[in-house]
Design a binder for this molecule. Structure first.
Ligand code: FAD
Ligand code: S2G
Ligand code: ZN
Length: 475
């Protein structure tokens, strides 16, 4: 969706970048942390799925909170628009400029500040890559309570800013619960230190939640304190083949009942989405072909107990005729191969064609209902219509893949898919956020009063609107 495909978006009355501005940034950061070369700016201007493209001519690479503070104070005074960027793995166009906003990249803010091994609280800068944090705390027998396919690139500051859900939310909850403290910088450069490492602190309003999920529009997250649970001694994965969605629902219910507190992930993959991973990436599926697959994982403290629970669960769902086939393992390489079938669907999809990607929360019994409806609506005009995702949290990733983008295809999908979701009181963006692509749909999931209050908050926090303009809130 390049600039010309967004005729209705007009560049705000922000300053155009001048030599004096660049000089200020160079004096502050040093020339090697102010990127203006067009080729070097390119990757910061295009999002991961190459859906949106910006035209920034200046990428800033601060190393500290103080530098972020000085940058924002300067940009605020000079009305220069700023696009915060972490790993640039966001999927709603929130992480790249729309026009010529300055990009403030957190990649150089990647220091770990402290890990308290007793309380399990990690304090680090926002630009730490999720996988690096996972490795670091893993050495102390702890884990980051968040895991997603983008872990090799995404930054913890970006995860916080999108309130990323991921593959284990069903067990470890969302970041509003596991993030204990945040340090952020407001648009005027003021540093807000809410970097508490306490599990309980009810002194006044819980300001950290303003920055969790606000996608860089209320402030720039510079440090986070996150509670890291103990790394499980025992991990088991079951991969199941099922013939109907009704059986999927019954199996999920059994999993929640019989695996209870050790259930750490419950993911659904339909035949078409599995095909995108096995077909384009030559991944091997350990089962035959079925309409549905489930990936069920347990995290526990005692492998013997967990294997017994898992086997009892599998025997009961087999006896009830809920699954056609299944395999279970606790061998790391086999578990990784099974997880790859789920985690690399996104990557496999990119080889199929142009992807219309939807990230929807629906009432559990309707979780899959949109897929056959969209197949019907698209008919021959779509190569693939598929659904996969976090059924444990009621969050489906629905994809309509066509040869190339056409307005006609888009018109068949939108706003129908959003109206359908809204009628079922679902969410038009379950975990990826609103970004640049969905502000015009936020009203399908939020009341006019709620949107009005969000705008009041935005005006209070960022009166000149310099932080990630054109994103999240409808103009
Ligand atoms: P970016 O993409 O750089 O930015 C995301 C948003 O946050 C932008 O609006 C940006 O302006 C803002 N931002 C970034 N850093 C800061 C900061 N320090 N302060 C303020 N604002 C900031 N998402 C899920 O929720 N669950 C998944 O399971 C999941 N799986 C994925 C799998 C793949 C293969 C890919 C490519 C993406 C996936 N995503 C998933 C989407 C994406 O990875 C998440 O949204 C992630 O949290 C983005 O982190 P990031 O560092 O890349 O942020
Ligand atoms: C997932 C990744 C992005 C997508 O795989 O859980 O959040 O929609 C998604 O393909
Ligand atoms: Zn997801």
């Amino acid at each position: 969706l390049t600039k010309d495909r967004y005729p209705q978006v007009k560049r705000g009355s922000f300053s155009k970048l001048e030599q004096t501005h660049l000089q200020f940034f160079r004096d502050l950061l040093g020339s090697n942390r102010v990127i203006t070369d067009e080729d070097e700016c390119q990757s910061f201007n295009i999002d991961w799925i190459k859906n949106v493209r910006g035209f920034s001519q200046c990428i800033l690479k601060p190393k500290s909170t103080e530098e972020v503070s000085k940058i924002l104070a300067f940009c605020n005074n000079n009305r220069i628009a700023v696009c915060p960027q972490g790993g640039n793995t966001g999927l709603v166009g929130g992480s790249v400029p729309v026009f010529d906003e300055v990009v403030l990249w957190t990649g150089q803010m990647n220091k770990i500040i402290n890990l308290d091994e007793t309380s399990g609280v990690l304090v680090c800068q926002a630009g730490c890559i999720l996988e690096n944090l996972e490795t670091f705390v893993g050495d102390s027998g702890l884990m980051i309570p968040l895991d997603l396919g983008a872990k090799g690139s995404c930054h913890i500051g970006g995860n916080v800013s999108t309130n990323a859900g991921g593959l284990r939310l069903v067990r470890y909850g969302n970041l509003h619960g596991s993030i204990l403290g945040i340090e952020a910088v407001k648009a005027d450069g003021e540093i807000i230190d809410c970097l508490s490492t306490l599990k309980k602190d009810n002194t006044g309003y819980h300001l950290k939640h303003l920055f969790i999920g606000s996608e860089g529009t209320l402030g720039i997250v510079t440090k986070v304190a996150i509670h890291c649970p103990s790394k499980p001694n025992a991990i088991n994965v079951a991969f199941l083949g099922l013939k109907s969605f009704d059986d999927v629902l019954k199996t999920m219910k059994q999993a929640k009942q019989q695996l209870g507190e050790i259930l750490s992930s419950c993911e659904l993959i339909d035949e078409a989405s599995l095909g995108l991973a096995t077909g384009h990436l030559q991944l091997k599926c350990p089962l035959g072909v079925y309409p549905f697959y489930m990936l069920i994982e347990t995290h526990g403290s005692n492998n013997e107990h967990d294997e017994e629970k898992m086997n009892t669960f599998l025997e009961s769902i087999m006896a009830d005729g809920l699954v056609e086939d299944g395999t279970t393992t606790n061998e790391v390489s086999k578990m990784n191969n099974i997880w790859a079938l789920r985690e690399r669907i996104t990557e496999g999809s990119t080889h199929e064609g142009y992807i219309f990607k939807y990230d929807i929360s629906l009432p559990t019994e309707n979780f899959y209902s949109l897929v056959p409806i969209m197949k019907e609506r698209m008919g021959e005009s779509a190569k693939v219509v598929c659904g996969y995702g976090h059924i444990g949290d009621g969050n489906i990733h629905l994809q309509v893949i066509v040869n190339e983008f056409t307005q006609d295809a888009l018109n068949k999908i939108e706003p129908f898919i959003y109206e359908y979701t809204s009628k079922l009181k679902g969410s038009v963006s379950a975990e990826h956020g609103v970004g640049f692509r969905k502000p015009k749909y936020i009203h399908y999931s939020k009341s006019p009063e709620a949107i009005a209050l969000m705008k009041e908050l935005k005006t209070m926090m960022d009166p000149n609107g310099i932080l990630n303009p054109y994103k999240v809130l409808p103009s």
